[in-house]
Write a protein that binds this ligand. Structure first.
Ligand SMILES: [Zn+2]
Ligand SMILES: [Zn+2]
Length: 246
């Protein structure tokens, strides 16, 4: 049962942290800044709630989507492999066999020791989603990192403005100061880590494959994690020559 994947310490930690962040952002910081009775307070709460919902949806898709196993019937195309234009020849990577699965591996597939299987276009095994990031869930992973980055920047901006707006001299409450400072440091640290991760993945995507290969041809569906009807079988990939002919 795939739902069992949610039973892991990192995933439970993500939910606990998310619940905490959601509560403090809405009921402490937005309340403190605008007040939840004002239209600005309601609007900011709704925007943050939507971001958290989109994050949770992409997160669940990432956890529950099979990253893509190599079909048992897969056999490398010998004729194709002999072509000097093929990508694996250029990069010096040849289709090979996996000793552990005793089966052929297409280009870009790797064996994951945690999942105990070969995964198509394997990126990495991510403990935070308790799943591999591979061919079928790479888009939802990218979209997940995008929403996490936007939500954490939003969280950081609200905390920063709230902290600077407060008249600390007249408050003189040390535990409250420490709480604000702790939340501010966490939000800035998280935004930097997630922003770097997003930038790195966008860089890799732009260099390894076209944006359309990952996100799909319809721009309106780019940020929807389950819009993946455009992805191919993951057994072969277009070469530089194919792309230039298009
Ligand atoms: Zn394997
Ligand atoms: Zn794995």
């Amino acid at each position: 049962m795939k739902l069992k994947r949610f039973v892991s310490i990192p995933i439970v930690s993500v939910f606990v942290f998310l619940g905490f962040s959601y509560y403090v952002t809405i009921f402490i910081f937005i309340e403190d800044w605008f007040g939840l009775q004002t239209s600005a307070g309601v609007l900011n709460s709704l925007i943050f709630t939507l971001l958290i919902f989109l994050f949770l949806f992409s997160f669940s898709v990432c956890v529950l989507t099979d990253p893509g196993e190599v079909p048992a019937s897969y056999v490398p195309d010998v004729e194709q492999n002999q072509s000097p234009d093929q990508e694996f020849h250029k990069r010096g990577v040849y289709p090979s066999r996996c000793d552990k699965c005793s089966a052929h591996k297409p280009p870009r597939a790797h064996h994951c020791r945690v999942c105990r299987t070969c995964v198509l276009r394997m990126d990495h095994h991510c403990v935070w989603i308790n799943n591999c990031v591979g061919h079928r869930n790479y888009k939802s992973f990218l979209v997940l990192v995008f929403y996490a980055t936007v939500a954490s920047f939003y969280f950081a901006i609200i905390i920063t403005i709230c902290t600077f707006n407060k008249d600390w001299d007249s408050i003189g409450n040390r535990p409250l100061k420490s709480f604000y400072f702790g939340c501010w440091c966490t939000s800035i640290g998280l935004s930097l880590v997630l922003g770097t991760l997003l930038g790195w993945n966008m860089y890799l995507t732009a260099h390894n494959m076209t944006t359309i290969e990952v996100l799909g041809p319809n721009m309106l569906k780019w940020l929807w994690p389950t819009a993946v009807s455009h992805i191919k079988d993951g057994l072969s990939f277009p070469t530089a020559r194919d792309s230039s002919n298009q």
